[in-house]
Design a protein around this ligand. Structure first.
Ligand code: FES
Length: 116
């Protein structure tokens, strides 16, 4: 086992967790309401700003507890920001709100930079 916390803290300023949970159930799940398209939109927005993975990681997750018939759930960590009902069309505004138009507002809130 290798503890690699410092390496990751240096590399990753934030994590965008996108629920892609699929369930065979009567209840809504993100996989049924466009989660794959939301993940693609998140990655595309970050890639266009050269911010994909370093410094902003994208993680597909299981249920975040914000299930909806109207869109996908996203959490931004370590900021403790949570969104539900996200559609691909919402992604640019959501990410711009969090990280600025060019994904420039990362370092001051980065994990390694010391989150208050
Ligand atoms: S299935 Fe995505 S938040 Fe529950």
């Amino acid at each position: 086992m290798n503890r690699r916390t410092e390496q990751q803290r240096d590399r990753i300023g934030a994590q965008v967790l996108v629920c892609t949970n699929d369930r065979d159930s009567e209840y809504a799940c993100c996989a049924d309401v466009g989660a794959d398209e939301v993940v693609a939109a998140v990655k595309s927005w970050l890639r266009d700003r050269n911010a994909f993975w370093s410094p902003i990681a994208v993680i597909e997750t299981a249920c975040l507890g914000l299930c909806s018939e109207d869109g996908t759930a996203i959490a931004i960590q370590p900021r403790d920001e949570w969104y539900s009902d996200v559609t691909p069309a919402d992604v640019p505004d959501l990410l711009e709100r969090e990280f600025g138009p060019e994904a420039e507002s990362i370092d001051e809130r980065a994990v390694g930079g010391g989150v208050p």
